[in-house]
Design a protein around this ligand. Structure first.
Ligand code: NAD
Length: 257
């Protein structure tokens, strides 16, 4: 049990990476606050955890709203007594996100509000609770696009994830002496709703696969295992890192055929 007696908040836990992480963390002994804007999706995750004998409860919250983030931390502390792990994972990728000329301003605003402000607000509300617990681990989900550019643009998403990485590094430095570690996950393209809704034809999927040395999309549970490493004492000397879990996409210049 790598997270025995730990309490975790996971945002975006109704689907994909967040759901797999919630289930994995609970199986490793953590008590999990399953946070999502989609309450019924979060409920499904909670049901899976409960069926396996784990401890979890649902909080409906929109991470782009300060009051929701405050409540998410407050309810977690009152249910489970403390907060040790804050996984700021919720994120969106909107269909009209394109190049700078074509992307509508409201798509830019909405993407930055969820993906970047959401991480900032999670940290704003969560860090005082981590201090009260004597320290802990913050994991922020960035992306491989925070590290490289693409000719198929999604500028709002890419800029938001670059911001998550920069924010993560700075918070890691600021809070290092408080026993609070802050790391970013940089997943590659995954077989989750977020990406598959955008890559909705075989041609689009193949165009993306060409760039991945492993020649396949990642699974959400492969990212959850990396999140578990960052959440647990296994990563006790790791802070400010950008952990790439991406099938080699950020290492590639040319991929094998
Ligand atoms: P997903 O769409 O399967 O799950 C995202 C979850 O976040 C959903 O349950 C959704 O309801 C929730 N959510 C959306 N907006 C929210 C809000 N405002 N407040 C609270 N919850 C909200 O996506 P996923 O692939 O599991 O993505 C999780 C994270 O991983 C995101 O930050 C995403 O940007 C990042 N990521 C995904 C990929 C990929 O290829 N799928 C690659 C790199 C990074």
């Amino acid at each position: 049990m790598r997270l025995k007696d730990k309490v975790a908040v996971i945002t975006g836990a109704g689907s994909g990476i967040g759901r797999e992480s919630a289930v994995l963390f609970a199986s490793e002994g953590a008590k999990v606050a399953v946070v999502d804007v989609d309450e019924s999706a979060a409920q499904d995750t909670e049901t899976r955890i409960a069926a396996a004998g784990g401890a979890a409860f649902v909080i409906r919250a929109d991470v782009s709203q300060a009051a929701d983030c405050d409540r998410m931390v407050r309810e977690t502390e009152s249910a489970f007594g403390r907060l040790d792990i804050l996984f700021n994972n919720a994120g969106i990728l909107l269909p009209k996100d394109d190049d700078a000329v074509s992307t509508p301003s409201d798509v830019w605003e909405k993407t930055l509000a969820v993906n970047l402000r959401g991480v900032f607000l999670g940290c704003k509300s969560g860090i005082p609770a981590l201090r009260r617990a004597g320290g802990g681990s913050i994991i922020n989900t960035a992306s491989f696009v925070a590290l490289m550019g693409a000719a198929t643009p999604q500028v709002a998403y890419t800029a938001s994830k670059g911001g998550v990485l920069a924010l993560t590094r700075e918070l890691a430095v600021v809070h290092a002496r408080e026993n609070i570690r802050v790391n970013a996950l940089c997943p590659g393209p995954l077989k989750t709703d977020l990406l598959m809704k955008i890559l909705d034809t075989e041609e689009k999927r193949q165009r993306r696969l060409v760039h991945i040395p492993m020649g396949r999309f990642g699974e959400a549970r492969e990212i959850a295992r990396a999140a578990l490493f960052l959440a647990s004492e296994d990563s006790s000397f790791v802070t400010g890192a950008a952990l790439q879990v991406d099938g080699g996409i950020t290492a590639a210049y040319v991929t094998p055929l």
